[in-house]
Design a binder for this molecule. Structure first.
Ligand code: MN3
Length: 202
């Protein structure tokens, strides 16, 4: 059994009017994400201990194991990107009431959450990810991870929403302007309905 690239939950051109053009998605999903899936399949095929495991199992088994760094990097990137596509929406930016109430409770309000999230996205040096997670204490938390790292491996909490802050995520649309990319995500692309569903299921 091998891993496959999940189809986007919208068309390649669906986010163009909201600041993520077709070329970005064709490269990011069709080239970058596809390459992680292909490399992961090649590596797992050569490793009897990993064959037949689910993606989450491969991520957790390879995390922190120096012998399996290439496996972790590609498995983590596959998981994170699959989650990222669902964190975007052609009707994004609106925060449903259930999530808004919880953001108010744990951050003081939606704007305070957005400030913390933007700060995480901007202070992630180099490549990585900014996350909204449900912490193990039951409180919402903003966090960031470098490279392919992911809360499902670090145990920092249950992921609710993610933003890819690797340069390949924004260079076509925003050149080097990660702050503008992050603001645009929070205002017009973030699928807070998806985050609210993840919160409800937690
Ligand atoms: Mn990416």
């Amino acid at each position: 059994m091998s891993f496959t690239l999940p189809a986007l939950p919208y068309s390649y051109g669906a986010l163009a009017e909201r600041g993520m053009c077709q070329e970005t998605l064709e490269l990011h999903h069709g080239k970058h994400h596809q390459a992680y899936v292909n490399t992961l399949n090649t590596l797992v095929e050569k490793n009897d201990a990993l064959k037949g495991k689910t993606l989450e199992e491969v991520v957790k088994l390879s995390h922190g194991n120096p012998d399996l760094t290439p496996v972790f990097n590609n498995a983590g990137q596959h998981w994170n990107h699959s989650f990222f596509w669902n964190s975007l929406s052609p009707t994004g930016g609106g925060v449903p009431g259930t999530l808004e109430a919880k953001l108010k409770e744990d951050f003081g309000g939606v704007e305070q959450f957005k400030e913390q999230f933007k700060n995480a996205a901007l202070t992630q040096f180099g490549s990585g990810w900014a996350w909204l997670v449900l912490g193990n204490d039951g409180k919402l938390k903003v966090t960031k991870t470098p490279n392919a790292d992911t809360p499902i491996a670090t145990g920092e909490g249950k992921p609710l929403l993610v933003l890819d802050v690797w340069e390949h995520a924004y260079y076509v649309d925003f050149r080097n302007r990660r702050p503008d990319f992050t603001d645009n995500f929070l205002a017009r692309l973030a699928n807070f309905e998806f985050a609210a569903e993840n919160l409800k299921a937690a």
